[in-house]
Design a protein around this ligand. Structure first.
Ligand SMILES: [Zn+2]
Length: 342
């Protein structure tokens, strides 16, 4: 039996609940809702029960929002759940104050513009556009959560998607080789390769330089862990080193991830968006970051007489990782490029 204080009886009494229709006026809009009121069983007077009163208020609020076309509170919660994102990160992605959506969750009525924006995000395509523009402000963990929920919701079989994904799918098929000395004991890691390219090409980088730095990154990691990072074979390319079929790989990334700019006699690779190093281990990140930091200085000293060493490889032949690892000078280990080596 539920009891509450009855002012008429001046004591706690048992109450009964009766439903009825109530008219409320919210900001000049008349709204009719079903409400529940409690009455003292002994004297019949209306009594106050906080939980019922709260429920009635939220019914009025819900009806009011519906009436004026604003997003409902449960719909905001559904939206956060739909994309596995928190109220604060979504607020930031929308360029609103950090606590804006939190305030809406506490019951504040969003203005028409905010309400419409939130409602539009129920469409995964719309959300996906916002996400690709603004995901840089999310943490790696938050980003991956959203990424995963989006992947499940976006229709994977649209023509546009197939066209966009086919080049990468072909790469995965082509580079699907057993781990061995040619790929540094690692199967092909396309996504990490792409992120490293984005990271190194953030400010634009000549393609020959990019090729060389990717190779150095892989060889340095191989020297430390007997395993490469990207699982891609490298070949002698003219008097330099390049990932196998590198123009094909970069071609698959143009327009979505990178663009090519012609500068004097060089092709410059320019990243089109930020890199996400979240998929790399700490030691992998350390090497990639070291390599980029050294970018401003000549890195040839990592491998003394590099040109002469490369000339020993037949043109367009693969350079085994075990051989390349021997070329790395011991000095670079001491300099900290290979920290934690022992
Ligand atoms: Zn009473």
């Amino acid at each position: 039996m539920n009891k509450t204080y009855c002012r008429n009886c001046e004591k706690e009494t048992v109450y009964v609940i009766k439903t009825g229709i109530q008219e409320s006026v919210v900001k000049g809009v008349s709204i009719h809702t079903q409400v529940e009121h409690a009455y003292c069983q002994e004297c019949g007077a209306k009594v106050f029960v906080p939980s019922l009163s709260e429920k009635n208020l939220s019914r009025v609020d819900e009806a009011h929002r519906k009436r004026i076309g604003r997003i409902q509170l449960p719909e905001i919660l559904n939206l956060l759940e739909q994309y596995n994102i928190g109220a604060k990160p979504l607020s930031l992605m929308l360029n609103w104050g950090e606590c804006t959506i939190l305030r809406y969750l506490r019951g504040q009525l969003p203005d028409k513009e905010h309400s419409d924006r939130l409602l539009s995000l129920r469409d995964p395509e719309v959300f996906s556009n916002l996400f690709s523009e603004r995901k840089g402000i999310l943490t790696g963990v938050a980003r991956r959560k959203v990424d995963k929920s989006l992947a499940d919701q976006l229709k994977p079989d649209t023509k546009e998607n197939i066209k966009r994904n086919m080049p990468k799918a072909a790469l995965l098929l082509f580079f699907d080789q057993e781990p061995g000395d040619c790929n540094g004991n690692k199967s092909f890691q396309l996504e990490r390769f792409v992120q490293a390219v984005l990271f190194l090409a953030q400010k634009g980088i000549p393609v020959t330089r990019l090729n060389y730095l990717l190779w150095l990154t892989d060889v340095l990691h191989y020297k430390r862990k007997k395993e490469s990072i990207f699982g891609v074979p490298y070949r002698r390319f003219e008097s330099a080193v390049a990932p196998d079929r590198h123009f094909w790989i970069y071609g698959a990334l143009t327009e979505t991830d990178i663009s090519f700019i012609s500068l004097q006699n060089e092709w410059i690779v320019q990243a089109l968006h930020e890199a996400d190093l979240g998929g790399f281990s700490e030691s992998e990140q350390e090497i990639i970051k070291n390599i980029r930091t050294r970018e401003s200085r000549p890195t040839e000293d990592l491998i003394p007489d590099i040109l002469q060493k490369i000339s020993m490889i037949k043109p367009f032949h693969e350079i085994p990782f075990s051989l390349a690892a021997e070329w790395i000078s011991y000095g670079s280990v001491k300099e900290g490029v290979l920290t934690n080596d022992r």
